[in-house]
Design a protein around this ligand. Structure first.
Ligand code: PXP
Length: 238
């Protein structure tokens, strides 16, 4: 059964609504860990719209489980990651205008840059993962790049409008997980997962970790962060 990584970006989104101090994503990370999450995920975006440099410095010092930094291939961000040394760096595409990460990394298109960036980070002892769509060619390219871990984008599954689409997207995730595992890749998954649609993804054989943010932080408004994490953990690892 997979592990649960909690993405705390949206605690910082709330803080940035006032650009003051509360709520603090570093404190949120501690609460998520106490509630039983297996890793803390944060995305240092180029525009710093939520998580900022101070957050990742402190997260590096205080996270007791694993710190998974989501990041683009931008040179400045890569230099920061190399200096901070999170346990893991998940390479994601990034567009300034997007509301959230829209699609997976195009590994074929950015092959050389991904390879170079991954090697630089790995040389500093950071594990590297590629956030990609559940598409055969992207997985094949990921394997060729020498990066041993991928995170399959579950956005299309999460946004499926009816049962037919949901079944189709789930089958795709199952098939692509099997393909990636057969190539020897470590497979994680995430994006857009909610309390009602996570169970089926958590049951896919071979998925090692689910990374979930927005739905947990949203639920925390009603039931508190600790309970929200525990509820999701019970779905992922009953
Ligand atoms: N995984 C990756 C690579 C992401 O970029 C995000 C969003 O930052 C997530 C997982 C979590 O997505 P959500 O907030 O929709 O659960």
């Amino acid at each position: 059964m997979p592990k649960l990584g909690v993405n705390i970006d949206h605690i910082a989104t709330l803080r940035q609504a006032r650009r003051e101090f509360d709520p603090d994503p570093v404190l949120a990370a501690r609460i998520c860990e106490q509630a039983g999450c297996d890793s803390i995920v944060a995305h240092l975006r180029e525009d710093r719209r939520h998580i900022n440099d101070r957050d990742i410095r402190l997260l590096r010092k205080t996270v007791k489980t694993r710190f998974n930094l989501e990041m683009s291939l931008n040179n400045e961000i890569v230099q920061i990651a190399a200096a901070i040394k999170p346990d893991q760096a998940t390479l994601v595409p990034e567009r300034r205008q997007e509301i959230t990460t829209e699609g997976g990394l195009d590994v074929r298109r950015h092959f050389q840059k991904i390879k170079k960036t991954a090697r630089l980070l790995q040389d500093r002892g950071i594990e590297v993962s590629l956030f990609i769509d559940p598409v055969l060619d992207q997985i094949t390219q990921a394997k060729k790049s020498g990066v041993p871990m991928i995170e399959l984008h579950t956005g299309q599954y999460a946004q499926a409008g009816d049962k037919t689409a949901l079944d189709r997207e789930l089958k795709k995730l199952i098939k692509m997980t099997r393909y990636a595992r057969d190539l020897g890749l470590i497979v994680n998954a995430g994006h857009g997962l909610k309390y009602h649609n996570t169970k089926a993804v958590a049951r896919i054989e071979g998925v090692e970790e689910l990374n979930i943010g927005h739905s947990i932080i949203s639920r925390a408004v009603w039931v508190g962060l600790e309970t929200a994490v525990k509820e999701m953990k019970a779905i992922v690892r009953p």
